[in-house]
Design a protein around this ligand. Structure first.
Ligand code: CTP
Length: 422
């Protein structure tokens, strides 16, 4: 049993989806753990499970209406006394109404009338789960500090198989107890911690044309940027990948293919406006031919003098235009004075993190499958990641990004540390 969770008051919200039967098991397990469970069922939940079941198992009788209750304003009382609210299952309709602030019924009124952390456990068919409307609504909730125990892949109602099957009761109970004991970080670490976050990643080396067949490029393979996009996607993020390579992006990601620094800048500035995280892993050319030739330069014409001009500093521009709460990550590929040069870029470009890469280390950096980096943060902290796969480096960067996102979430939601009440 989780001792700190014992005696805590938890509203168990149940909405109208077939997974509502699993809420019965969640209720029983929470009560077994010593939690004081107050069930609230929506009218549609009652089509799937009975009020009597919850009244018998929970610590208080089941409620389902704003009006039938002897209590005046039951949602305010429930919202005030709850130390946590968990919604099992959370349907697309519930998620949409909650994101839109529509207090339609007792449960929605309660989640809108509380300052307690709220955990939602979505369950729906794959097509609905992947619909942009549902994902957008979930992003809104996550940005407000709501914790999500994401659905798994598995058998769905009607025999279909896919993503959208609600997490198992044991996992949900673990999340609730972790939240009551440790706070949102414990929950985020155990689950896909980027669900509901929009992550924009750049990758690869830009190519600046000299003429239609030649370009100025660099040694970047794009592997590190692609590894970050893959890791973010597997951790539940909606990923936009702006890449100068031909490599595939993660399944479900929006992939924008670019060649030049100018194209990369245009794509990044467009997608950065609503991104929660921007990771600038691309190796952007610093200079480009000022006047690329429209036709192939020929050797017979003799030596050509190429005049260069600087490209836009995309990361610095992203830093200037950054929206509130966005986490901005840059890279610094260096061959010498790595720490000093990286620290200078951190402040010059107004990033939160700079991933410093000593590309003179054998097996690290350009075109290798491994990397060794030091992640410098604007608060002066740093973390060293010794030679590891680019995927491991990606996860180390995202761990720090998640911590910063949780720090920035609205305090009204899941960021309240329940220990402050003890
Ligand atoms: N960067 C950028 N736009 C550029 C050049 C670099 O957005 N025109 C970004 C890179 O993607 C990286 C960071 O800035 O995230 C640092 O890139 P780096 O090449 O190490 O540094 P520069 O700013 O180019 O400075 P210098 O070449 O003097 O080291």
């Amino acid at each position: 049993m989780a001792p700190r969770a014992a005696g805590k008051r938890v509203v168990l919200g149940v909405t109208g989806g077939i997974a509502a039967y699993k809420a019965v098991e969640v209720c029983r397990r929470l009560v077994d753990a010593g939690v004081h469970v107050m069930p609230v069922l929506t009218d549609d939940a009652l089509r799937f499970v009975g009020e009597a079941t919850f009244s018998a198992l929970a610590s208080e009788r089941c409620r389902h209406s704003l009006w039938d209750d002897a209590e005046a304003i039951p949602h305010i009382r429930l919202g005030q006394v709850a130390e946590l609210i968990v919604v099992v299952p959370a349907t697309a309709r519930f998620i949409g109404s909650y994101a839109g602030g529509i207090a339609d019924g007792l449960l929605l009124a309660t989640v809108l009338a509380t300052r307690a952390p709220v955990v939602v456990c979505p369950a729906m068919h794959t097509e609905m789960w992947e619909h942009p409307a549902v994902q957008e609504n979930l992003s809104i909730l996550v940005r407000r500090g709501v914790q999500v125990v994401p659905p798994d892949e598995g058998r769905l109602a009607g025999g279909d198989v896919g993503a959208g099957r609600m997490a198992e009761p044991a996992e949900i109970v673990d999340a609730v107890l972790g939240m009551l004991e440790v706070g949102p970080r414990a929950v985020a670490r155990r689950h896909k911690d980027l669900v509901g976050r929009r992550v924009l990643v750049s990758a690869g080396g830009t190519r600046e044309p000299i003429d239609p067949v030649r370009f100025i490029g660099n040694r970047s393979s794009g592997k590190q940027g692609h590894a970050i996009a893959d890791a973010a996607s597997e951790r539940g993020a909606q990923v936009v990948l702006v890449t100068a390579t031909a490599k595939p992006g993660p399944p479900g990601a929006t992939v924008v293919r670019v060649d030049t620094a100018a194209e990369m800048q245009e794509a990044l500035l467009e997608h950065a406006t609503d991104a929660d995280v921007v990771v600038m892993a691309a190796a952007v050319a610093d200079f480009r031919p000022k006047a690329p030739s429209g036709r192939k330069l020929s050797r017979s014409e003799g030596l050509h003098e190429i005049v260069f001009e600087p490209t836009p500093d995309i990361l610095a521009e992203l830093g200037r235009r950054r929206r509130e709460g966005q986490v901005l990550v840059g890279f610094a590929a260096e061959t010498h004075e790595v720490a000093q040069r990286a620290a200078a870029k951190l402040s010059a470009k107004r990033a939160d993190l700079i991933v410093a890469n000593d590309v003179s280390v054998p097996e690290a950096g350009f075109d290798h499958d491994t990397n060794a980096v030091t992640i410098l943060a604007v608060d002066g902290s740093s973390r060293q990641v010794p030679l590891a796969s680019k995927r491991e480096v990606a996860d180390a960067i995202l761990d720090i990004v998640v911590d910063r996102l949780l720090d920035r979430d609205a305090p009204a939601g899941g960021d309240r540390d329940p220990r402050s009440d003890l």
